[in-house]
Design a protein around this ligand. Structure first.
Ligand SMILES: *Cc1c(COP(=O)(O)O)cnc(C)c1O
Length: 405
């Protein structure tokens, strides 16, 4: 048999070959409404020149999934569009996106300014950069542009903020903070996980890079890990993409496909979560067993004014409240909920609660807790899309239990 009549598919192949080369029912001519899942880590070529070019030019055409995959690109394009960015880069998790951005923008001897209270994983990575790479980090009050200006040094590269801080749900004054950074040539990176692009688009307020734990609201169904960074300019995007390809923290195509499906319902989920959170915040505020409620949608919240100008369409699905009974009451409440779940995540369709002092902030002393604005009886709530009356009934019975400890 000459090479020209060697079979490539179908009945001419032996069964062992047919298992690896099945018929390919092409979708040509039909229009798939769902985004196809390209569960392929590698792509084939007809000539070596095109293949070599593909290595140099990402995504055109695809070559190897660590460099890019059509389903992953579709997710990146969707989030870049929602955030109003020039380009996006997806990562295996939120921390994958955050470390790709910080690790590409700073080098040994540089300085980073951050807001006081950061997501634990981000803080831990910054601690590592400080210890092993000599990157100095200065935390500042995110409500005060003057403190950002005062903290900036000649070697400051990055200002790192979170739109809505955890767990005090304080809203950062992004327009003024980013302007202060820009004056000094400092890149502003904003973790927009809690707000989602439905409520806030930090690039429109002067930020340069937005990062997300897509695991949370973008995915929304507690079934996938992912992260994404969105860039105002393509140069920074390319810098981060290249370094991320080398690190290998690439988003899996199936995860991208799940995240895209989640993102399609982000608008209706967030609208419902905001409405439920406002309702719960008001009912909690009226309950004598609650010492304080933290929700940017309440007029009493210290950053309500910033929230009113920065957030559009609602004040988010995250709230926190403090039980008058302190640490024991907090733990008892978190363990007594039945419709809500005790779980260390957020942004899900289901309501999740967490007792900060015994879980996320367990390593802090009573004094450190109070400096971070976290009381020992503080419960963080990620409000889901259940019926608000059912949620309140659950919270009410858990408050009754907490009162008895
Ligand atoms: C969860 C979270 C992260 C980390 O995301 P992963 O997907 O768990 O890696 C970063 N920032 C915020 C605000 C988060 O809530």
């Amino acid at each position: 048999m000459t090479s020209n009549d060697a079979p490539t598919s179908g009945a001419n192949l032996r069964l062992g070959s047919r298992t690896v080369h099945p018929p390919d029912p092409s979708a040509e001519g039909s229009d798939s409404l769902g985004t196809p899942l390209y569960q392929s880590h590698v792509f084939g070529f007809s000539d070596t020149g095109t293949m070599a070019d593909a290595l140099a030019t990402p995504g055109a055409p695809y070559i190897y999934a660590r460099y890019g995959n059509p389903t992953t690109s579709a997710f990146e394009a969707a989030v870049a569009d929602l955030e109003g960015g020039a380009a996006a880069h997806a990562a295996a998790s939120g921390m994958g996106a955050i470390t790709a951005v910080l690790g590409s923008l700073v080098r040994s001897g540089d300085h980073v300014v951050t807001q006081n209270c950061l997501y634990g994983g981000t803080q831990s990575y910054l601690d590592d950069l400080a210890e092993r790479w000599g990157v100095a980090v200065t935390p500042v009050d995110a409500g005060d542009p003057a403190s950002v200006r005062a903290a900036i040094r000649p070697n400051t590269r990055v200002l790192f903020l979170e739109t809505i801080a955890n767990p005090t749900v304080e809203v950062a004054d992004i327009p003024r903070l980013a302007a202060a950074a820009r004056e000094a040539g400092v890149t502003t990176v904003v973790d927009n996980t809690f707000a989602t692009p439905l409520l806030c688009r930090p690039l429109e307020h002067g930020a340069d890079v937005v990062v997300h734990s897509a695991t949370k609201y973008l995915g929304g169904h507690a079934d996938v890990l992912g992260g994404v960074a969105v860039f105002a300019d393509t140069d920074t995007h390319e810098r981060v993409r290249r370094s991320s390809v080398d690190r290998g923290a690439t988003l899996d195509p199936f995860a991208a496909w799940l995240l895209l499906r989640g993102t399609q319902t982000l608008g209706v989920r967030v609208a419902r979560q905001c409405a439920n959170a406002q309702e719960l915040a008001e009912r909690l505020q009226a309950d004598p067993r609650i010492a304080a409620v933290h929700y940017p949608g309440l007029a009493e919240h210290p950053t309500h004014e910033a929230a009113r100008t920065l957030l559009t369409g609602g004040y988010g699905g995250m709230l926190a409240f403090e039980l008058t009974g302190g640490r024991d009451a907090g733990r008892a409440f978190a363990e007594a909920v039945r419709l809500a779940s005790l779980a260390p995540s957020l942004g899900d369709v289901k309501t999740l609660v967490m007792h900060a002092a015994s879980v996320s902030h367990r390593k802090l002393s009573a004094e450190q807790l109070s400096r971070a604005g976290i009381s020992e009886g503080l419960i963080r709530v990620s409000v889901g899309i259940e019926d608000a009356d059912d949620l309140w009934a659950d919270f009410h019975q858990a408050l009754d239990t907490a009162e008895r400890v």
